[in-house]
Design a protein around this ligand. Structure first.
Ligand code: XIL
Length: 519
């Protein structure tokens, strides 16, 4: 009896402790009904402000904007108080954030250069989105009370929709929506009680993984937008081409590390890790002299010298290597090679060339993680099965294999759903291997849903990786659509990445952010 009576008492004490602990750790007072009313009012003012910008009557001085914010805020408070809502504990930082938000909008109004009608349409859209984000007090309230079932606590779906709808408004001039995006992101930050929003790499770091992109040194050097965007948003660098055999050893015995070194220097200057690709790739970018190996000894001598020289050169600076890239046949056909891609190393050394390559790399840098990387393995089928069997056999034979790269060129791979991809990832992590998504891109040109659907898809792909602890990184195959390899590989004008030709963040970017924020 006594025990039974004690338990409810204990429960109440614990509950009180929890509530007190929560109140003590909260940075901002919880958003209450009064705060929600104020945010709704701010939403209306936000929309009005965008509209007045669109009509060509820009409001750009701080005093006026502060006054607009304060007026909206004060009016909401008066209405709420009159309705019996207690406003005494409502957060005081929010009006300042709203003022900052309005200033962003004003800056946006000044920075645009479209025709008036076009500008007005864009601004009306931004205003409507702003209002949606701010007035969604149901979400905000649930968020403030820490309800994890809040459907979209960070308003990301509204941002994805905003970007998708923005793209549909066709304007005769180039027209930047980055300032509008910043303004709207401030709304999201406000809803979350933060003063600023985080870059993708910071969000990725909070989730414990790097987010990377493939780059070329000449793009970084020539395009003034490239380096700052890449450095701000990404924490991992993959040389798109400059660590492949045709660059690193174009002539037998003559090594060239100049472009690769430039990339590693850049990565180190910006606190990024480097993922090297590829020590051996039979399919492309393999010099003719390698293909002309006369016998097994000759082939082995070339493989050994190449891998050990390249890996030693970058020891301690390149965190991991694709030791063999694309070891499997194109579409997983078994053929006469048991599903292994047919090339000089397979012909001269047999299937054991893969274990040999791994061992050479391990000896040259014992700390580097060693990967095999392939495509068309993200969905179930013969090729995925063969990849699993290859990895299983290598591990059983004691080969130094640490991880599997799933390229994720989704256009080639048939746009597998997140579930399908997650299953693929788990097949390899179940073997004790790490997995990375190494070359993600998602064609959207002329496809249903365009960049909006692409954004939603990016979100699901990042989420699939985040759902599996052994999935260690996501790398996109490029930064801006402008430099996507697909444009030179049969898909001119393709738009598969997170930044568009003008370096605007696309729905894909906000989709990736959403995955991290929801994690
Ligand atoms: C591609 C590069 O993006 C191109 O610039 C180059 O001409 C060919 O190689 N799978 C891979 C990558 O593993 O190395 C390929 O990169 C894209 C497909």
């Amino acid at each position: 009896m006594r025990g039974n009576q004690l338990i409810p008492g204990l429960q109440i004490a614990l509950l009180v402790l929890l509530v007190v602990a929560r109140a003590a750790t909260a940075v901002e007072p919880a958003l209450d009904a009064c705060g929600a009313a104020k945010l709704r009012a701010a939403g209306n003012a936000c929309r009005a402000l965008f509209t007045s910008e669109g009509r060509g009557s820009p409001v750009n001085d701080r005093a006026r904007i502060t006054a607009i914010a304060a007026r909206a805020w004060g009016k909401a408070e008066a209405v709420a108080t009159k309705a019996g809502v207690d406003c005494t504990n409502t957060t005081s930082a929010a009006p300042l954030l709203v003022t900052d938000l309005f200033l962003e909008i004003a800056r946006f109004g000044q920075s645009t250069d479209g025709t008036r009608a076009c500008r007005a349409r864009h601004l009306r859209l931004a205003g409507a989105t702003c209002r949606t984000l701010l007035r969604d007090d149901g979400n905000l309230l649930r968020l403030a009370h820490g309800d994890p079932s809040t459907p979209d606590p960070v308003g990301t779906q509204a941002l994805i929709d905003f970007h998708a709808r923005w793209q549909k408004i066709r304007c005769p001039t180039s027209f930047t929506h980055d300032a509008a995006a910043n303004a709207l992101e401030s709304v999201v930050a406000l809803a979350n009680g933060h003063a600023t929003t985080l870059a993708l790499r910071e969000l990725a770091a909070r989730a414990g993984i790097p987010v990377g992109a493939a780059v070329e040194p000449e793009y970084l050097a020539q395009d003034p937008q490239f380096a700052p965007t890449f450095a701000r948003e990404f924490s991992s660098l993959t040389p798109e081409n400059k660590m492949k055999w045709d660059t690193t050893e174009p002539v037998r015995g003559q090594f060239n590390f100049v472009p690769g070194d430039a990339l590693v220097d850049f990565a180190e200057q910006h606190g990024m890790r480097v993922r090297g690709t590829a020590l051996f790739w039979g399919r492309l970018q393999l010099p003719d002299y390698v293909k002309a190996a006369v016998d097994a000894d000759d082939a082995r001598a070339m493989l050994t010298s190449h891998i050990s020289t390249v890996v030693s050169h970058y020891a301690g600076r390149v965190a991991e290597w694709d030791v063999v890239n694309e070891p499997l046949t194109l579409i997983g056909q078994v053929g006469t090679t048991d599903g292994l891609d047919d090339h000089v190393m397979l012909e001269k050394l047999g299937p054991g060339y893969i274990a040999e390559a791994l061992a050479i790399a391990r000896a040259a840098d014992p700390a580097a993680k060693l990967y095999l990387n392939d495509f068309l393995v993200e969905a179930p089928g013969a090729k995925q099965d063969r990849f699993v069997r290859l990895a299983t056999d290598l591990l059983a034979a004691g080969a130094p294999l640490d991880g599997i790269g799933l390229e994720c060129h989704m256009g080639l791979t048939g746009f597998p759903t997140a579930d399908v991809l997650e299953t693929a990832i788990r097949r390899f992590t179940d073997l004790g291997l790490e997995v990375e998504l190494t070359e993600l891109d998602v064609p959207a040109l002329g496809r249903p849903g365009g960049v909006g659907a692409q954004g939603t898809y990016y979100r699901s792909i990042f989420a699939a990786c985040l759902a599996v602890p052994g999935c260690r990184a996501v790398t996109t195959w490029g930064v801006s659509d402008h430099y996507s390899w697909l444009r030179n590989f049969g898909a001119p004008g393709e738009i598969p990445l997170m930044f568009d030709d003008a370096w605007m963040r696309k729905p894909a970017y906000f989709g990736a952010r959403a995955a991290f924020l929801a994690h």
